[in-house]
Design a protein around this ligand. Structure first.
Ligand SMILES: NC(=O)c1ccc[n+]([C@@H]2O[C@H](COP(=O)([O-])OP(=O)(O)OC[C@H]3O[C@@H](n4cnc5c(N)ncnc54)[C@H](OP(=O)(O)O)[C@@H]3O)[C@@H](O)[C@H]2O)c1
Length: 272
């Protein structure tokens, strides 16, 4: 056990070198959150912010939980990703638009061999997404929507006409295997899943989450909000703590990577 002081620093003993003055700048954040090299399949990193008492939203949206350091990490994670994966519930409740990056962030991505802006990839059984919503109208690159042939043909067609790249699975829901196959087919391996709890729970139930970046916002909320993952049954996944960042305002930013049995391709983010 170790008492965390009021400072910005990395957990000593994590195996990660950290600056002597303890201050983490953006370049250091990019290094700390680098995806593993030489990925051979999509790496599913999930990012959430939660209150101390586990609330994932305040009055239906997560923005009230955010803090400056959470926003800094949120932005860095987007600059490192090939795609932002998100469930339709989050798209609807948060009125998701496309990813916005500064010219300098886009240049960094190009230098790293990435496309300038990562696309948003949405999972939805129903295709109930307004084609006039920001997802389609406030974006620099078209979103990809992975849906089912049981969704309304009219909705699917309207989304296609609005510019979405549609992937339709012949099921009533989208199996996780179909999500992974679509990402692989599109060459999107550095995946940043921004939730929500429904999609995260399904990915966990299917043992497809490689990493969780979790911000604990320094607030107690109560209320009726749910937690960061929902699934029908509990599923245990042993995670390895890669680092803990603490900001002076009380925010805690943690990075956890899935511990997989030896020989099944575990890649430790701590070695990045
Ligand atoms: N604090 C945070 O960091 C954070 C992050 C994200 C979201 N949130 C909050 O979470 C709440 C939304 O929760 P949510 O559970 O509804 O979010 P969600 O997981 O984004 O959305 C659930 C919906 O996504 C679609 N979906 C997910 N998995 C699917 C699958 N395997 N196959 C087909 N469709 C699938 C379905 O859409 P259809 O109904 O269209 O079929 C489902 O109803 C909001 O209040 C939001 O603010 C918080």
């Amino acid at each position: 056990m170790r008492l965390l002081d009021i400072a910005t620093y990395f957990t000593p003993g994590s195996g990660t070198s950290y600056p002597a003055d303890g201050v983490v700048d953006l370049a250091e954040l990019r290094r700390l959150y680098a995806y593993p090299d030489n990925l051979t399949a999509p790496w599913i990193r999930t990012n959430f912010v939660s209150s101390i008492d586990g609330a994932v939203s305040a009055d239906g949206v997560s923005s009230g939980l955010g803090t400056p350091s959470d926003k800094a990490v949120f932005d860095v994670l987007r600059t490192l990703a090939d795609a932002v994966l998100v469930g339709a519930g989050t798209v609807r409740s948060e009125n998701y638009g496309g990813v916005r990056l500064t010219k300098s962030q886009q240049s960094q991505r190009i230098d790293a061999g990435l496309v300038p802006i990562p696309p948003v990839v949405v999972v939805t059984a129903s295709a109930s997404i307004d084609p006039r919503s920001r997802l389609l109208t406030d974006t620099e690159v078209p979103p990809t929507i992975i849906t089912t042939t049981s969704a309304s043909a009219k909705s699917r067609s309207a989304l296609r006409e609005a510019g979405a790249h549609m992937i339709e699975v012949e099921e009533t829901t989208v199996p996780t295997s179909a999500v992974l196959a679509a990402l692989e087919e599109l060459g999107l391996r550095r995946v940043l899943c921004e939730g929500g709890p429904g999609l995260f729970g399904t990915l966990l139930a299917d043992d497809c989450v490689d990493e969780l970046c979790l911000t604990t916002s320094p607030n107690l909320l109560a209320g009726k909000s749910g937690r960061i993952a929902h699934s029908n049954a509990s599923v245990f996944h042993r995670m390895k703590r890669i680092h803990v960042l603490a900001d002076d305002d009380g925010t805690l930013l943690t990075r956890w990577v899935r511990v997989r049995p030896a020989g099944t391709g575990e890649v430790s983010g701590a070695e990045k």
